[in-house]
Design a protein around this ligand. Structure first.
Ligand SMILES: [Mn+2]
Length: 325
């Protein structure tokens, strides 16, 4: 059982702590890294010893966060998790399992937070953990330095797709405004975070767009990449995640489908839908799942069979959504 803390209580506890290990989740994103780094800088400015630990390497894009990674140079007396919803998400590498076996504090915004820490600050209405971390740092009476502002801005912007996702609220923008006043370099950060892709990723996108196909009277668009094409482009498969938004960008398209062939030969299918069309319903019929507007599944079989299977379910969901109008 975890005890829920308010922002002020969390800030007071952290001000009493020292020798603090900050844990991020595996496959780190901007929110977990930005919050971890911002808390690290805030604790250092109070004269405390702190370091950040993650099961995976810090993505090179986030080098400007300038945090100290844990190297065993102190014995952690307090362990804080940032943006980590469950114990499994800590990961297995970098001695994380030993160091994460007892977590004192957790600051998070995931509705499914497992309550694994002794004390938790949780608010699922926050678009990013950074909204909460900004409040905690303010309550610790640490002014936002330019580097703290950069870290928290990165966290806010990445978790909201640059303030585009429906999770974005007035509080998200108010928090961002404070960070801009504190010197967050939003022009440079937005360029790094949203407007720069590796050349390999661009090559893969060109191949995928070569296969752009329309179905169901133009209400469904589909792109695909075979495993040979993925190999030829030399793209890091992790960089293909945001390809899945492409087909839905076409006017009139209500279901966007992206097929990515896996090394085993099966096809990973990502489904994105317009409002009123249930992506999860389509995915569930094929053994997958997800959210209302973004879902996925994986199918064995060749490209034609896979396309036919997903298009049949897409057609059913489109007619169901029309009936509902
Ligand atoms: Mn997050």
């Amino acid at each position: 059982m975890t005890e829920e803390l308010t922002v002020e209580q969390m800030a007071a506890r952290l001000k009493e702590a020292d020798d603090i290990l900050i844990l991020c989740h595996k496959n780190p994103d901007g929110d977990t890294m930005g919050c971890g780094a911002a808390l690290y800088h805030a604790l250092c400015s109070l004269g405390k010893t702190a370091a950040v630990l993650c099961s995976d390497p810090v993505p090179p894009n986030f080098g400007y966060m300038d945090m100290k990674l844990y190297d065993g140079s102190f014995q952690p007396a307090t362990v804080v998790a940032a943006d980590v919803a469950s114990l499994q998400l800590f990961g297995e590498k970098n001695h994380v399992p030993e160091l994460a076996h007892h977590v004192d504090f957790c600051i998070d915004h995931h509705a499914g937070n497992g309550g694994y820490a002794d004390y938790t600050l949780l608010d699922e209405t926050a678009a990013a953990t950074a909204e909460l971390m900004a409040q905690v740092i303010e309550a610790m009476q640490v002014p936002f330095s330019p580097v703290i502002a950069d870290c928290l801005y990165t966290a806010l912007a990445t978790d909201t797709g640059c303030f585009k996702f429906s999770s974005t609220t007035a509080r998200t923008h108010t928090t961002a405004a404070k960070l801009i006043e504190a010197g967050a370099r939003i022009g440079q950060l937005n360029k790094i975070l949203f407007d720069t892709v590796p050349r390999e990723r661009m090559d893969a996108e060109r191949m995928a767009l070569d296969h752009l196909e329309y179905y169901l009277d133009g209400r469904c668009a589909l792109i695909y990449l075979t495993r040979e094409e993925i190999a030829e482009s030399k793209v890091d498969p992790a960089d293909l995640e945001d390809l899945t938004g492409l087909p839905l960008r076409v006017a009139g398209v209500q279901i966007g489908i992206t097929l990515r062939q896996q090394p085993s030969g099966s096809y990973r299918i990502s489904i994105r839908t317009a409002e009123g069309v249930d992506a999860c319903a389509i995915a569930r019929c094929l053994g997958g799942g997800g959210h209302n507007r973004a879902a996925g599944c994986e199918l064995e079989g060749n490209l034609e069979n896979t396309k036919n299977a997903i298009l049949a379910e897409a057609e059913k969901e489109l007619s169901r959504s029309l009936e509902g109008q």
